[in-house]
Design a protein around this ligand. Structure first.
Ligand SMILES: Nc1nc2c(ncn2[C@@H]2O[C@H](COP(=O)(O)OP(=O)(O)OP(=O)(O)O)[C@@H](O)[C@H]2O)c(=O)[nH]1
Ligand SMILES: [Mg+2]
Length: 323
């Protein structure tokens, strides 16, 4: 009954209902999780899809500033924009929540915007599931664009790229040898590299940096999910709001091409398979994390260390007891 009305309110696009629903999916309480599952099942048929844009970049590169400017531009065009964050390190010194609230001041007052700070979870698997469910809720609530921000610390980019239709990498203007600092794997995930802070004294450096990255991107293997000219590098200034419309044009060009060629659907299907696989793995690992399983593991550990059982036989016995 209760979740019924919540789902109606979400479908109507009520932000408070959406916020409450996200609180349910973020909760560890069993009754909340059950409500969240019901709710997601009810909303699964809404058929609404947003453009999911992943955005990554090292601390201080201007992610929050970019999201504010870019988000304002999108809402200015009449689009509804949701912002979610994936922040695997709950230890991060308040940067994400406090920083974003102040840096996204204009966007947070915007009627057509919804901003949700990162859930404070230390476990990336848990964060991934919650973010995935939060995205589904935002889509059901009728948001046109969902921006998913993550700080560039390695593994979280993979999570975000597996949740996104487009992946943007925000980089800072830098001297020649900085280019090697971007890991190849992250470069390969990017659909568009945005060299931010292309303004004032940094403009010339940003232009040079952008040309360097464009060169590096050309050396990557051509990807089947891309039309001619992608992935590409561009300069933007989040502060002066330059280059944002061009960047949005490129995103739309790429999106249209992927939709027309079936790459979009194939990518979402592959992501669904990826998350199914991840869920199975996490569920299996969770079964090892019970007092009984830990006690049995302890016992078998002794058997193995004293040479009475082989590791393979002991593992088999342990798995049998999990049932
Ligand atoms: N000159 C210039 N400065 C910028 C631009 N965008 C952001 N900055 C500045 O860079 C600093 C960091 O910006 P944020 O938007 O907080 O960066 P962030 O990537 O969100 O940082 P974290 O949340 O700590 O990871 C701030 O002082 C911004 O004013 C830009 O386009 N040009
Ligand atoms: Mg930030």
């Amino acid at each position: 009954m209760q979740t019924d009305s919540l789902s109606d309110r979400i479908l109507k696009g009520e932000r408070r209902a959406l916020a409450r629903a996200i609180t349910l999916v973020e909760s560890n309480r069993a009754d909340h999780r059950a409500q969240a599952s019901d709710l997601l099942a009810q909303l699964a048929g809404s058929g609404r899809q947003a453009l999911r844009i992943g955005l990554s970049g090292t601390p201080g590169v201007g992610k929050s500033t970019f999201i504010e400017s870019f988000g304002m531009m999108l809402t200015g065009q009449g689009l509804r924009v949701a912002v979610l964050a994936v922040d695997p390190s709950s230890a991060r010194s308040g940067g994400s929540i406090l920083g974003d609230k102040t840096r996204m001041e204009r966007l947070s007052r915007e009627q057509n915007a919804f901003i949700r700070p990162s859930p404070s979870q230390s476990h990336l698997g848990g964060v991934a599931r919650r973010t995935r469910e939060a995205i589904a809720l935002c889509e059901a609530a009728g948001y046109d664009v969902v921006l998913i921000e993550t700080v560039g610390v390695g593994q979280s980019e993979t999570v975000v790229s597996e949740l996104s239709d487009l992946f943007l990498l925000l980089l800072a203007p830098a001297g020649g040898d900085e280019l090697q600092g971007v890991k190849r794997g992250i470069m390969e995930m990017a659909d568009i590299i945005l060299v931010n802070k292309a303004d004032g004294d940094l403009k010339a450096t940003a232009t040079r940096t952008c040309a360097d990255y464009a060169g590096a991107l050309r050396l990557l293997r051509k990807r089947p999910q891309d039309p001619e000219g992608f992935p590409k590098a561009m300069t933007v200034s989040a502060v002066e709001e330059h280059g944002l419309e061009q960047a949005w044009d490129e995103m739309q060009t790429l999106t249209k091409w992927r939709r027309d060629t079936g790459v979009w659907e194939a990518n979402r299907a592959a992501q669904a398979r990826y998350w199914f696989d991840q869920e199975v793995r996490h569920a299996l690992l969770a079964r090892l994390d019970t007092p009984q399983a830990r006690a049995e593991m302890e016992r078998l550990n002794d058997e193995v260390s004293q040479g009475r059982l082989s590791p393979a036989v002991a593992a088999g016995q342990l798995l049998d007891t999990l049932g």
